[in-house]
Write a new protein. Structure first.
Length: 281
């Protein structure tokens, strides 16, 4: 259900949408949850950004970037410094927009794990939604490491099996083999048509991803891999309001949570992050 400024809307409200954008709108409209916006522009922003997340995922799927653990992270040194923990730190005097674009345009120089891949996709999709000028104003000093996100991004973990293109789901592998610990799970973008993009796997259906993860379990495994109800989403309304204000200001960045666990869900990362704000932690 979609509510704009207190009023529910119908499918005819945005009858000019086509393709995936129309699918996104219909999925929002048909959900039993309420999606509330202050204006039609906020709704259009969410639809556009979700569409661009899927487009960025499709572009990454076509590229040559390798799936790697944090220890094996690689990037183009013209744009990124690799940190001791395997993160990508933006070099000084480099435009964030150029650095993010380079990851997908020159993918042969890059290797990263699947949570980092999702943040790359988010930034790339936001860039394609708002343009380089605004992007460079809001996303300076980028660090790409697991689910670490810029404080302006505002990430949310919701619990539902009702997904919308542009969502990120988590395939969990509870009996993963410790020798291939990076397959503890897979973060995957909902592409539509019952397909998902997972870095290292490509664009596949649910059955393929589960079968693949089951093949990476320990010898005495009893628990199969499964699609969990963890869904990661940026706060689309927050971003819409933020960019419409176009008011750059000093902001407090979240601490970087160094956990060294490849391929974790946003839900798990947020647990670590929120715990870091508690006293005596």
């Amino acid at each position: 259900m979609i509510v704009i400024n207190g009023e529910s809307i119908t499918e005819s409200t945005l009858s000019n949408l086509e393709g995936l954008e129309k699918t996104i709108f219909q999925r929002l409209l048909n959900d039993s949850e309420v999606y509330s916006y202050d204006s039609m522009e906020e709704l259009r922003f969410e639809i556009a950004l979700r569409n661009n997340i899927v487009a960025s995922a499709a572009l990454m799927a076509q590229g040559e970037a390798r799936f790697e653990t944090f220890a094996g992270s690689q990037g183009n040194p013209a744009y990124w410094n690799i940190t001791e923990t395997g993160g990508f730190l933006l070099r000084e005097n480099v435009n964030p927009s150029d650095a993010i674009t380079d990851i997908l345009e020159n993918s042969q120089f890059y290797a990263y794990e699947c949570a980092t891949a999702i943040l790359i996709l988010y930034y790339h999709a936001i860039l394609n939604t708002i343009g380089p000028k605004l992007f460079n104003e809001y996303f300076q000093d980028l660090l790409l490491y697991s689910w670490h996100f810029d404080s302006d991004l505002v990430m949310q973990s919701v619990y539902t099996y009702y997904t919308i293109p542009g969502d990120v789901v988590y395939f969990k592998n509870p009996d993963f083999n410790p020798l291939t610990y990076w397959w503890r799970g897979e973060n995957a973008v909902v592409m539509g048509d019952d397909l998902y993009f997972g870095h290292g796997l490509g664009i596949k259906d649910e059955a393929y991803i589960i079968e693949f993860l089951n093949g990476t379990r320990k010898l005495d495994a009893t628990k199969p891999a499964y699609l969990s109800d963890y869904v990661a989403r940026p706060s689309f309304t927050h971003l819409a309001k933020l960019f419409s204000q176009q008011n750059r200001r000093t902001k407090h960045q979240h601490p970087v949570i160094i956990h060294r666990k490849n391929s974790i869900s946003l839900d798990r990362y947020l647990f670590y992050l929120y715990r870091s704000y508690l006293p005596n932690q």
